[in-house]
Design a protein around this ligand. Structure first.
Ligand SMILES: Nc1ncnc2c1ncn2[C@@H]1O[C@H](COP(=O)(O)OP(=O)(O)O)[C@@H](O)[C@H]1O
Ligand SMILES: CC(C)(COP(=O)(O)O)[C@@H](O)C(=O)NCCC(=O)O
Ligand SMILES: [K+]
Length: 246
């Protein structure tokens, strides 16, 4: 059994994997008061994993803290912390400095390229929204980064006098009050960006969405999309299995 962790900038997500079968994804907010205690409580009941695999784009001290919780529970666990590289799993990373590409993006691409044939556009709707275009032959063409839905709302709240942050549900529609105008505006900003990419920079690509806001964003798109919430964890799982070089 392996324990797979996806440490984004807002939420820690994890799932256990038994013989290639992944269990339910659980999530915890770093910001909550008793984060470490709650995580320990969740993991205490677990049978010891062979590997603790961590995809982290969060602060190094948070990664260290989370890894230490795992190692305190299971001293013999093998820690696996992948990094983005130039080549791997049939992909070629387009970044001039491949290790600078977020490892969550690299792992999501690895999973998407392995599960879906042909050219793909992978969009992670998390704290940030990231876009990565991968040709059918595994050549990464490059990507984009913009703020995620919650971050766009936070930016408005932090830089205006009259706009407050709220968790109002977004709809792809015009609004008649401030909260809905913001919620709908940021949703359509994300959807519009993705549609521009699909039309201009990723023609003929299959669109694959992941991340906390994937469902909301998919609902605002005028095109079909595959939603796969476990994409980063699936990439981690492939990474743990090791590269097939047949
Ligand atoms: N407690 C929460 N804290 C932050 N974001 C949340 C929370 N619950 C839901 N979300 C939504 O999920 C998104 C973050 O998704 P996720 O893919 O987990 O991000 P990351 O991988 O960057 O941590 C946010 O943009 C927000 O809209
Ligand atoms: C772009 C990101 C902040 C996205 O993080 P997330 O929204 O998943 O928390 C992360 O992938 C990252 O820190 N990337 C490094 C820079 C890059 O990919 O170019
Ligand atoms: K993420």
């Amino acid at each position: 059994m392996n324990l797979l962790l996806d440490m984004g900038n807002s939420l820690l997500k994890w799932a256990v994997e038994h013989d290639g079968r992944m269990g339910e994804i659980q999530a915890l907010d770093y910001g909550q008061d008793d984060f470490s205690k709650t995580l320990l409580a969740h993991w205490q009941a677990m049978e010891p994993p062979e590997k603790l695999a961590i995809a982290s784009v969060s602060k190094p001290q948070v990664l260290t803290e989370v890894a230490a919780i795992g190692q305190s529970l299971w001293p013999d666990v093998e820690l696996v912390v992948p990094q983005s590289s130039r080549h791997g799993f049939g992909l070629t990373n387009a970044y001039a400095q491949p290790e600078k590409l977020g490892v969550d993006r690299w792992l999501a691409m690895i999973a998407a390229h392995s599960f879906y044939a042909g050219p793909i556009c992978v969009v992670d709707c998390g704290t940030a929204i990231t876009v990565d275009v991968v040709r059918g032959d595994g050549e990464h063409a490059g990507g984009l980064i913009c703020p995620g839905l919650r971050l766009m709302k936070k930016a408005l709240a932090a830089n205006t006098a009259a706009l407050a942050f709220d968790n109002q549900v977004s709809r792809a529609d015009l609004a008649t009050e401030t909260g809905a105008a913001i919620a709908n505006g940021v949703l359509l900003a994300a959807a519009g960006m993705i549609q521009q990419v699909m039309a201009r920079l990723a023609p003929d690509c299959r669109l694959v969405l992941t991340g906390g806001d994937a469902q909301a964003v998919a609902g605002a798109l005028a095109m079909p999309a595959v939603i796969d919430h476990a994409l980063v964890l699936k990439g981690l799982s492939l990474f743990c299995t090791g590269e097939q070089t047949a």
